[in-house]
Design a protein around this ligand. Structure first.
Ligand SMILES: NC(=[NH2+])NCCC[C@H](N)C(=O)O
Ligand SMILES: [Mn+2]
Ligand SMILES: [Mn+2]
Length: 302
C-alpha cells in the first residue's frame, strides 16, 4: 500500500462474543496508544470514524447457561452494521482498519470487505476460531468467526458478504495457532484451510511460514484481509488479552510477519482484536498493537 493512501479507523467496542469482560475497551486503549498520530507520521491520511454503537452486557437479557450461540442477535446486528460501513469505505477506495473488541466482529469486518470481490483471508491467532454451534465448548461467538467466514455456522452470520462462503477456504491461511478444542481440531483437519501451527514456526521459522501463508492468501484475485488477534503474541509480551495462551510468538516474530505482509503489497483491510485493557500492564498490549499495525502498513526501521 502507498503510504499517502487514506486509512479509516472504525472502533467496535464489543465484548458479547467473549467469555470475559473488558475487550470492549480495546478500541480506546489502542487509540490512546497513539494510533492516528503514528499513522499520520507514516504519511497516511487518517480518518477516525469513531466507534460503532454496541450494546452493553448490562443492558440486555442474560443468555441461558447452555446457550450454544451466546448473544447471537445483538452480535449479528453489530456485524451487519459493521459490514455495511466497511463495504462503504472500500467502495471509496479507502483502507479500513477495524479495532476490537472481541473476535466475533471480524464476521462483520471481513464480510464487508469481501463484498463484490474475491479476497484471501490471513488469520493470525493462538486459536483457530473454527467452532460452530455444534462444536463449541463455550457458546462464545468469538470462537466461531473463521468457521462462519468460510461458510459454516448460523445462517444469520454466514451471509453478510452477500454470498456463502464469504471466503473460499483455499484462499485462507491460519498462522501461529496453538490452542484447539477437540471437535474444532477435527473440523480444521477436514478443511482445505492452510494451517501453520506454532510447531511449523518453531521448525521452519516465521519468515518461511509467512511467505507460504502469503502465497496462499494472494492466490485470491483481489488481495486479502488480515485479522490479527493479539493473543497470538506470547502473554509475557502481550498480557492484555481476553484468552491468553502460553507459548506464543515473540514481539520480533510478530513484527516480521507484519513486515512481510506489507512487502506483498496486497493488503486490502485489517482488524486488530481481543485487546483487554483490564488485564493489560500499563497499556503495553495496546501499544504493541499500534506498532504491529504500523509494520503491516509499511513502517521500516531503515
Ligand atoms: N477470539 C478468541 N480469543 N477466541 C477464543 C476461543 C476459545 C475457544 N476455542 C472457544 O471456542 O470458546
Ligand atoms: Mn485468539
Ligand atoms: Mn481469535
Amino acid at each position: 500500500m502507498k503510504t499517502d493512501a487514506t486509512i479509516t479507523i472504525i472502533g467496535v467496542p464489543l465484548d458479547l462474543g467473549a467469555g470475559r469482560r473488558g475487550v470492549d475497551m480495546g478500541p480506546s486503549a489502542i487509540r490512546y496508544a497513539g494510533l492516528s498520530r503514528r499513522l499520520a507520521e507514516l504519511g497516511y491520511q487518517v480518518i477516525d470514524y469513531g466507534n460503532l454503537v454496541t450494546p452493553m452486557v448490562e443492558t440486555i437479557p442474560l443468555p441461558p447457561p447452555d446457550a450454544r450461540l451466546r448473544y447471537l442477535e445483538p452480535i449479528t446486528e453489530v456485524c451487519e452494521r459493521l459490514a455495511d460501513q466497511v463495504a462503504k469505505v472500500v467502495r471509496q477506495g479507502i483502507t479500513p482498519l477495524i479495532l476490537g473488541g472481541d473476535h466475533s466482529l471480524t464476521i462483520g469486518s471481513a464480510s464487508g470487505s469481501a463484498r463484490g470481490r474475491r479476497l484471501g483471508l490471513l488469520w493470525i491467532d493462538a486459536h483457530a476460531d473454527f467452532n460452530d454451534e455444534h462444536t463449541t465448548p463455550s457458546g462464545n461467538i468469538h470462537g466461531m468467526p473463521l468457521a462462519v467466514l468460510t461458510g459454516r455456522g448460523h445462517p444469520r452470520l454466514t451471509g453478510l458478504a452477500g454470498r456463502v462462503p464469504a471466503f473460499d477456504p483455499a484462499h485462507v491461511a491460519l498462522v501461529a495457532v496453538r490452542d484447539l478444542d477437540p471437535l474444532e481440531r477435527e473440523a480444521l483437519r477436514a478443511s482445505p484451510i492452510s494451517v501453520f501451527t506454532m510447531h511449523d514456526i518453531d521448525r521452519r521459522g516465521m519468515a518461511a511460514v509467512m511467505e507460504q501463508a502469503l502465497t496462499v492468501v494472494t492466490t485470491a484475485p483481489d488481495g486479502f484481509h488480515l485479522s490479527f488477534d493479539l493473543d497470538v503474541v506470547d502473554p509475557r509480551t502481550a498480557p492484555g488479552v481476553g484468552t491468553p495462551v502460553s507459548g506464543g510468538i515473540s514481539r520480533r516474530e510478530a513484527h516480521l510477519a507484519m513486515e512481510l505482509i506489507a512487502e506483498r503489497g496486497a493488503l486490502q483491510s485489517l482488524d486488530v482484536v481481543e485487546v483487554n485493557p483490564i488485564l493489560d500492564e500499563r497499556n503495553a498490549t495496546a501499544e504493541l498493537a499500534v506498532e504491529l499495525v504500523l509494520s503491516a502498513l509499511g513502517k521500516r526501521i531503515l
